[in-house]
Design a protein around this ligand. Sequence first.
Ligand code: ZN
Ligand code: ZN
Length: 431
Amino acid sequence: MNKSAVITTIALTVFVAGVGIYLIGYNDGSTGREPVIAVPAAAQVTSPTGTVDDRDVYYPGTEALAPDEMRVVACGTGMPQPRLKQAGSCYLIELGNGDKFIFDMGKGSTERLAALGIPTDQLNKVFISHLHFDHAGDFPSFWLARGVNAARQPLFLWGPGGGQNRDWGIRGWAEKIKQAWAWDVATRESSGDPRSTQLTVTEIDWKKVNNLFYDENGVKIYSIPTIHVDQSVGFILEWSGLKLAYSGDTAPNKWFLEHAAGADLAIHEMMLPPDMWLEKYSMSHQAAVMSGTQGHTTPRAFGKIMEITKPRMAVASHMQNDFDTAPILEQEIRTHYQGPLSLATDFMVWNVTKDKLTTRMAVANPESYPPPAQVPAEPPAAGENSYQWDPFSFTGLEPRTSAVTNEVVQEFNDKHGADIKPVLSNMPFKE
Ligand SMILES: [Zn+2]
Ligand SMILES: [Zn+2]
């Protein structure tokens, strides 16, 4: 290569690299407030036997949060219709000050939260937007699973009240859950810390606009009403100069337009267009239009909302996000909105600081075990464990199999220097 060819090659390389750096900067948001997608770091692979620094995915538990950073993990992005791929609505919000919040807990979300490997006691603040089961259905499972998943501290729950029937508010709902699961709690008392089922419920007046109902540790959470049958709310969280807006279920509403404007992350519900309800769910024309457009937000209206509110990242959630639906959804959204967009699916994760916003997928652990408890165990107080077995059960004990159980307990005691009594299997046998 002669000298001018070398210079031309260098110049071209510099130009291409410059364009690449500009595009990368645009894509990961490092050039300003217009972020889209994290950039793969494949260029860092230098050794066939080494490791890759950045796989462009999020492995839960491997990344510390910076003091000014917010991480949001989608633990449910779906609908009432059951499907393996998407649980009912659920978003985990983790802040650099150590606080963690769960917005909605739709059916199927408990497993996804558990798959992140976060100590259960750190997941102790749950906010429910409304009491449809695709937003609240997993709350009983989450609450009951705490004791068997190393939780030793109480749980706090917020949700709407003030509707037409006092019993339908979150406080009445939670009381009925406690009643419905009283047998489970009583019979499980000895295997879980008694504090794990303690529940404090705070009701939010659903009609209040920009209603500051949580203000602790520098975190402010406001509720806004939604248009989705009464007693439904959306949430706006502000912390350290960052703003997250969560619409809940709603038709396009003026409260979101006003109070979610300029959010860093704007998570808004969105339904399939009515045609797709006909095609996918064999609905009548009437049902397709009602499901797709009323009390909910169409993709085109979602685009309009984001065009008006101009978030740093618009997140569409609460829709079937598949290979064939996604292109149609995006086309409809783009009728009005050309800015940064995520079509949410379960385990999508956003990291947000003032300077940078990235979107990745989390790689969750399907075989997770709970991390160890955060505080020492507290045994039930004397007399607190009041559940008494019906003696009938013990008439079913059988000497040959009970002997095997007792042998296992003895081996455990010998190995660990313990003296645990096999209280059931060493019962005297009844003929
Ligand atoms: Zn709903
Ligand atoms: Zn819903």
